[in-house]
Design a binder for this molecule. Sequence first.
Ligand SMILES: [Mg+2]
Ligand SMILES: [Zn+2]
Length: 188
Amino acid sequence: MNRKLVILDRDGVINADSDAFIKSPDEWVAIPGSLEAIARLNQSGYRVAIASNQSGIGRGLFDMAALNAMHQKMNRAVAAVGGRIDAVFFCPHTAEDQCDCRKPRPGMLQQIIDRFEIDPEDTPVVGDSLRDLQAGAALGFPVHLVLTGKGEKTLKEGQLPEGTVVHKDLRAFALEFLARHQDRSAAQ
Ligand SMILES: [Mg+2]
Ligand SMILES: [Zn+2]
Protein backbone atom coordinates (compact mmCIF):
# COMPACT_ATOMS: atom_id res chain seq x y z
CA MET A 1 0.00 0.00 0.00
CA ASN A 2 1.22 3.47 -0.90
CA ARG A 3 1.56 5.44 2.33
CA LYS A 4 2.89 8.62 0.77
CA LEU A 5 0.41 11.27 1.80
CA VAL A 6 0.27 15.04 2.19
CA ILE A 7 -2.38 16.61 4.43
CA LEU A 8 -3.61 20.08 3.55
CA ASP A 9 -5.80 22.63 5.21
CA ARG A 10 -8.29 24.02 2.67
CA ASP A 11 -9.13 27.71 3.20
CA GLY A 12 -6.06 29.92 2.83
CA VAL A 13 -3.98 27.03 1.46
CA ILE A 14 -5.84 25.75 -1.63
CA ASN A 15 -8.40 28.53 -2.00
CA ALA A 16 -8.51 32.17 -0.96
CA ASP A 17 -9.87 32.64 2.56
CA SER A 18 -12.38 35.18 3.80
CA ASP A 19 -13.19 36.38 7.32
CA ALA A 20 -16.82 36.12 6.22
CA PHE A 21 -16.34 32.36 5.53
CA ILE A 22 -16.40 30.59 2.18
CA LYS A 23 -20.09 29.74 1.92
CA SER A 24 -20.76 28.80 -1.71
CA PRO A 25 -19.03 27.43 -4.81
CA ASP A 26 -18.92 30.97 -6.24
CA GLU A 27 -16.89 32.10 -3.24
CA TRP A 28 -14.49 29.17 -3.63
CA VAL A 29 -11.59 30.56 -5.69
CA ALA A 30 -8.29 28.69 -6.02
CA ILE A 31 -5.05 30.39 -5.02
CA PRO A 32 -2.84 30.64 -8.14
CA GLY A 33 -0.63 27.56 -8.46
CA SER A 34 -2.31 25.55 -5.70
CA LEU A 35 -4.15 23.12 -7.96
CA GLU A 36 -1.01 22.48 -10.01
CA ALA A 37 0.88 21.90 -6.75
CA ILE A 38 -1.56 19.13 -5.83
CA ALA A 39 -1.12 17.58 -9.29
CA ARG A 40 2.64 17.81 -8.90
CA LEU A 41 2.51 15.98 -5.56
CA ASN A 42 0.30 13.30 -7.13
CA GLN A 43 2.76 12.86 -9.99
CA SER A 44 5.47 12.17 -7.42
CA GLY A 45 3.34 9.45 -5.86
CA TYR A 46 1.73 11.41 -3.02
CA ARG A 47 -1.92 11.20 -2.26
CA VAL A 48 -3.53 14.35 -0.91
CA ALA A 49 -6.07 14.56 1.91
CA ILE A 50 -7.71 17.68 3.31
CA ALA A 51 -8.44 18.40 6.97
CA SER A 52 -10.61 21.49 7.26
CA ASN A 53 -12.51 23.24 10.05
CA GLN A 54 -15.89 24.24 8.61
CA SER A 55 -17.66 25.80 11.55
CA GLY A 56 -19.81 27.76 9.10
CA ILE A 57 -22.00 24.65 9.06
CA GLY A 58 -22.39 24.65 12.84
CA ARG A 59 -23.09 28.38 12.73
CA GLY A 60 -25.80 27.87 10.10
CA LEU A 61 -23.98 30.01 7.51
CA PHE A 62 -24.18 27.25 4.87
CA ASP A 63 -25.33 23.66 4.70
CA MET A 64 -23.92 20.30 3.65
CA ALA A 65 -25.28 20.70 0.13
CA ALA A 66 -23.28 23.91 -0.25
CA LEU A 67 -20.15 22.28 1.19
CA ASN A 68 -20.53 19.34 -1.20
CA ALA A 69 -20.98 21.74 -4.11
CA MET A 70 -17.78 23.59 -3.11
CA HIS A 71 -15.89 20.32 -2.98
CA GLN A 72 -17.29 19.25 -6.32
CA LYS A 73 -15.98 22.50 -7.79
CA MET A 74 -12.62 21.96 -6.09
CA ASN A 75 -12.33 18.36 -7.29
CA ARG A 76 -13.21 19.32 -10.86
CA ALA A 77 -10.68 22.15 -10.81
CA VAL A 78 -7.95 19.83 -9.52
CA ALA A 79 -8.88 17.17 -12.08
CA ALA A 80 -8.67 19.77 -14.86
CA VAL A 81 -4.94 20.14 -14.16
CA GLY A 82 -4.40 16.39 -13.79
CA GLY A 83 -4.55 16.09 -10.00
CA ARG A 84 -6.72 14.36 -7.46
CA ILE A 85 -7.76 14.90 -3.85
CA ASP A 86 -8.24 11.51 -2.20
CA ALA A 87 -10.32 12.56 0.79
CA VAL A 88 -11.80 15.61 2.44
CA PHE A 89 -12.15 15.45 6.22
CA PHE A 90 -13.98 18.36 7.78
CA CYS A 91 -15.20 19.42 11.21
CA PRO A 92 -18.68 20.99 11.05
CA HIS A 93 -18.68 22.01 14.71
CA THR A 94 -18.23 25.32 16.48
CA ALA A 95 -15.85 25.87 19.38
CA GLU A 96 -18.81 25.59 21.79
CA ASP A 97 -19.45 22.01 20.66
CA GLN A 98 -16.18 20.89 22.31
CA CYS A 99 -15.68 18.17 19.68
CA ASP A 100 -12.44 16.26 19.19
CA CYS A 101 -12.14 17.08 15.50
CA ARG A 102 -11.97 20.88 15.46
CA LYS A 103 -8.34 21.95 15.02
CA PRO A 104 -6.19 22.61 17.10
CA ARG A 105 -7.55 19.34 18.48
CA PRO A 106 -5.99 16.39 16.66
CA GLY A 107 -9.12 14.26 16.03
CA MET A 108 -9.37 14.90 12.29
CA LEU A 109 -5.70 14.09 11.74
CA GLN A 110 -6.09 10.94 13.84
CA GLN A 111 -8.95 9.89 11.53
CA ILE A 112 -6.62 10.39 8.57
CA ILE A 113 -3.89 8.31 10.22
CA ASP A 114 -6.41 5.50 10.74
CA ARG A 115 -7.94 5.73 7.27
CA PHE A 116 -4.67 5.91 5.33
CA GLU A 117 -2.58 3.80 7.72
CA ILE A 118 0.19 6.38 7.59
CA ASP A 119 3.07 7.22 9.86
CA PRO A 120 2.76 10.86 10.99
CA GLU A 121 6.56 11.23 10.91
CA ASP A 122 6.57 10.81 7.13
CA THR A 123 3.50 12.90 6.41
CA PRO A 124 3.63 16.68 6.05
CA VAL A 125 0.73 18.78 7.35
CA VAL A 126 0.33 22.12 5.58
CA GLY A 127 -1.72 25.01 6.93
CA ASP A 128 -2.02 28.78 7.17
CA SER A 129 -3.23 29.00 10.79
CA LEU A 130 -1.56 28.22 14.09
CA ARG A 131 -4.26 25.67 14.93
CA ASP A 132 -3.41 23.64 11.79
CA LEU A 133 0.19 23.44 12.95
CA GLN A 134 -0.74 22.71 16.57
CA ALA A 135 -3.01 19.83 15.56
CA GLY A 136 -0.23 18.36 13.42
CA ALA A 137 2.53 18.86 15.97
CA ALA A 138 0.41 17.20 18.67
CA LEU A 139 0.55 13.92 16.74
CA GLY A 140 4.16 14.20 15.57
CA PHE A 141 3.56 15.34 11.99
CA PRO A 142 6.14 17.63 10.38
CA VAL A 143 4.30 20.94 9.99
CA HIS A 144 4.52 23.49 7.21
CA LEU A 145 3.18 27.05 7.24
CA VAL A 146 2.19 28.74 3.99
CA LEU A 147 2.00 32.54 3.86
CA THR A 148 -1.22 32.65 1.85
CA GLY A 149 -4.56 33.11 3.61
CA LYS A 150 -3.92 33.91 7.27
CA GLY A 151 -0.31 32.76 6.95
CA GLU A 152 1.43 36.16 7.16
CA LYS A 153 -0.56 36.99 10.28
CA THR A 154 0.19 33.56 11.75
CA LEU A 155 3.92 34.06 11.14
CA LYS A 156 3.87 37.52 12.76
CA GLU A 157 2.01 36.29 15.82
CA GLY A 158 4.69 33.66 16.43
CA GLN A 159 4.39 30.72 18.84
CA LEU A 160 4.86 28.33 15.92
CA PRO A 161 5.52 24.71 16.89
CA GLU A 162 9.19 23.78 16.90
CA GLY A 163 10.41 22.76 13.47
CA THR A 164 7.71 24.58 11.51
CA VAL A 165 8.89 25.10 7.93
CA VAL A 166 7.64 28.27 6.20
CA HIS A 167 6.82 28.50 2.48
CA LYS A 168 5.47 31.32 0.33
CA ASP A 169 2.51 29.28 -0.84
CA LEU A 170 1.40 25.73 -1.66
CA ARG A 171 3.28 25.80 -4.94
CA ALA A 172 6.52 26.62 -3.12
CA PHE A 173 5.79 23.94 -0.52
CA ALA A 174 5.34 21.27 -3.21
CA LEU A 175 8.53 22.23 -5.04
CA GLU A 176 10.63 22.47 -1.88
CA PHE A 177 9.20 19.34 -0.27
CA LEU A 178 9.64 17.24 -3.41
CA ALA A 179 13.14 18.56 -4.07
CA ARG A 180 14.21 17.67 -0.55
CA HIS A 181 12.61 14.26 -0.74
CA GLN A 182 14.22 13.49 -4.08
CA ASP A 183 17.62 14.61 -2.76
CA ARG A 184 17.19 12.21 0.11
CA SER A 185 16.22 9.27 -2.14
CA ALA A 186 19.16 10.02 -4.44
CA ALA A 187 21.56 9.95 -1.48
CA GLN A 188 20.38 6.55 -0.28
MG1 LIG B 1 -6.88 27.87 6.74
ZN1 LIG C 1 -15.63 18.76 15.16
